[in-house]
Ligand binder design. Sequence first.
Ligand code: 5AD
Ligand code: SF4
Length: 472
Amino acid sequence: MQVPCLNEARKRTKDKVLIQENLYQVNEKQKNLGIGKKYFVKTYGCQMNEHDSENISAILEEMNFIRVNHIEEADLVILNTCAIRENAHDKVFGLLGRIKHTKATKSVVVGLGGCMAQEEIIVDTILRRYKWLDFVFGTHNFYNLPNIIEKVYVQNKQQIEVISCEGQVIENIPVKRDNKYKAWVNIMYGCDKFCTYCIVPYTRGKQRSRLPFHIIEEVKNLVKNGYKEVTLLGQNVNAYGKDLNIDYTLANLLEDVAKTNIERIRFITSHPWDFSDKMIDVISKYQNIMPYIHLPIQSGSNKILKLMGRRYTKEEYLTLFNKLKAKIPHVSITTDIIVGFPNETEEDFNETLDVVKKCQFDSAFTFIFSPRVGTPASKMEDNIPLDVKEARLRELNNLINKYSKENNERYMNKTVSVLLEDYSSKKKDCLNGYTDTMKLVNVKSPDCNLGKIVNVKITDVKTWSLDGEIVK
Ligand code: 5AD
Ligand code: SF4
């Protein structure tokens, strides 16, 4: 049994990151384990987790498990969890409660993996109160799933495998992509920023970039297989390459990925601290780099930004924001904002509202501060009453929604390009997809346009989506 340790997870050394090209393996015995069995993976949290689940699915399918879409039909259930806020924990524990009942009536193997598994406090709880859970694996242990699952079936006893290392880069894990037209591509893992509220540097380990060669090869293969869009993934993509010491940054990578001629390139998430002019130049130069930037601000108050350890001021953020708007034609910019951080006064909150009024973001994800055990902010007094936090969130959301709608209104009667990727759940006879600027559009269209990038004239505008018709 290997359990997580926060002190270990906090460590950052100057040791060179190990790039492992052959670590993942599945043997013949393990390939037989899944025959006749069905699996279900439930994913919580960010795009990184969604992509990890694509890896988990591929590993399970190499072991010959068959995917099902309903948890009740599965012989093996894996919850790929998120630790970023308390409500992410609550959802997982809620589902575990329900699964426990099912387990009393039918034989099902249940595993919990991902970020929650990297938290000491969660694994303590599992050891005390969830003895029935079959296995737990951390974010650094995916590659070892065949061994972990084999032990579960053979030994029939709880397996806990969570190492709190700084992390390595494992290149040979298979992937079963959920989408035929758009693909996630990891460019780096972990984060070294240690924003004081954030658990990610502990659950995901130190920043380690993939080698440019591996990333470009992956994108070239996607192009060969008909993919239209890649999203380059990292907790903090603008710091890509810093740990490689080869004088190669996100600007170089974006340029090299653009030259593969993949039709659309996106990248998330950007940290304002590392956004260089060279990156902005590359984004504006290449048609296939999408004019969409997710640029979390978190707060508009310099006092709170300092307490958050964000390393920029409101003024610096605004300078960068204005530069992006000036240099990248019709760029859309979205953000993340936390309200109710310790010591956030009405004045601090008003400064956040003020920045939102200045930036008029295309949209924003907004959150109430949630103390994460082990982070510096969890040791600060959580001194804003819940009703005040909720009122601030409501006021902020009203403002954000107003600007979302106003930004969308600018699209009325305009023609935009949309990658049609799915059937619309909202509108009959419609497909949906995103503009280059990441606006969701419902488009009246026959099925044969799925996977195509089409020109669409916008005919109606809502707060969170647009409607449109295909034009020649
Ligand atoms: N409480 C509330 N929101 C948080 N986020 C990260 N950690 C916390 C926390 N402890 C938000 C940040 C980040 C987004 C992914 O989640 O806004 O950008
Ligand atoms: Fe968390 Fe900050 Fe790293 Fe983003 S940059 S993952 S908020 S520590």
